[in-house]
Design a protein around this ligand. Structure first.
Ligand SMILES: NC(=O)C[C@H](N)C(=O)O
Length: 347
């Protein structure tokens, strides 16, 4: 869908809220689309539906219990499949949420989002919002029209988390399927299952019991967390292009130069094992790195693990390719040198 003129919100009038009770906290729900806003032709249809079909008002109205927990104000940022989320939309989202959270009357923010790229957007928000207040990104695996749709309970869980006093100081969190997960480490692990968001090595931050958040540990930020201030950049300008290249047997050695020729200002590599490349490809990779000087981040194609020691590039550590791409893009946007970029990836 074409990029719409994104709203710059501000009116904080009572009538902006779907329901209002002066004794309850105030939350803004930023809606971006995805399956949580998806609509199918029948209740037994869980594939082939249209994602980003229903507006935020409809999603809020489907969960009247929200009004017992918080005053909720719905803002439709875009309504798209998460494959169509980009740095323009994300920058706009960050700028709106930051303004919102800087307001003492607002307790937290919830973002509804498609699950396919949710791990990227959540990490982007984690790196670009400076606040002790919770930011919760929530999605669903079944469309809103499905039998046993998971969106409504996930939305209620997300709002309950956003107003919970123990949720402060943890950065951006991901909520699906009764779990609280960190934006930095959590990824989508299954294309179809409801329990798809996991961080196999780092684990969950907490769970929901009776739809109430319970944390395992006190608040903390992950090692390696770094803040990028993008509050005053024009959100309409796309961020520098960063491509992800996937390693495999017989990979074409030309892919690295092709990415540069296509305008990439940085490259992330989903390498074999702990970041390796077949010998022929490696030669051409080293030649491109030496010739262009563009930052190349070595990540992995395996689901989990740690990448270090690749001499030709910047090592991604625990970050997977999609998250490495987000951090590299923000680093390039902030005009960091290759040395500075290395220092934020390699702890
Ligand atoms: N479960 C989902 O939300 C998938 C959908 N294709 C999206 O990412 O927008």
């Amino acid at each position: 869908s074409p990029l719409i003129q994104l709203p710059h919100i501000v009116p904080r009038a009572v009538e902006d809220f779907e329901c209002f009770n002066a004794s309850l906290p105030n939350i803004t729900i930023y809606a971006t689309g995805g399956t949580i806003a998806g609509s199918a032709g029948s209740a037994d249809q869980t594939t082939g539906y249209q994602s980003g079909a229903l507006g935020i008002k409809t999603l809020i109205e489907a969960v009247p219990q929200l009004c017992n927990v918080s005053n909720v104000r719905g803002i439709q940022i875009v309504n798209v499949d998460s494959g169509d989320i980009n740095s323009t939309i994300l920058t706009n989202l960050t700028q709106n949420i930051q303004k919102d959270l800087d307001n003492p009357l607002i307790q937290g923010a919830v973002v509804t989002h498609g699950t396919d790229t949710l791990e990227e957007s959540a990490f982007f928000l984690d790196l670009t919002i400076a606040s002790e207040k919770p930011v919760v990104v929530v999605g669903s695996m079944r469309p809103a029209t499905a039998l046993s749709a998971d969106g409504p309970i996930n939305l209620l869980s997300a709002v309950k988390l956003a107003v919970n006093k123990n949720a402060k100081g943890r950065g951006t969190m991901i909520v699906l399927n009764d779990r609280i997960a960190s934006a930095r480490f959590t990824v989508k692990t299954n294309a179809n299952a409801v329990d798809t968001f996991k961080a196999e090595e780092q684990g969950f931050l907490g769970v929901f019991e009776d739809i109430n958040p319970l944390f395992f540990y006190p608040p903390s930020r992950p090692l390696g967390h770094r803040y990028f201030n993008i509050t005053s950049r024009p959100f309409q300008t796309p961020m520098p292009k960063v491509d992800v290249l996937y390693g495999h047997q017989e990979v074409s050695p030309e892919i690295f130069q092709a990415a540069v020729d296509n305008g990439a200002k940085g490259i992330v590599l989903a390498g074999l094992g702990a970041g390796y490349w077949p010998s022929v490809a490696l030669k051409s990779l080293e030649a491109v790195v030496n010739k262009t000087g563009i930052p190349v981040v070595a990540s992995r194609r395996t689901a989990w693990g740690y990448v270090e020691g690749q001499e030709w590039g910047i090592n991604a550590g625990f970050l997977n390719p999609s998250k490495s791409r987000i951090q590299l893009q923000l680093a390039l946007e902030n005009k960091l040198s290759n040395q500075e970029i290395r220092s934020i990836f390699e702890l």
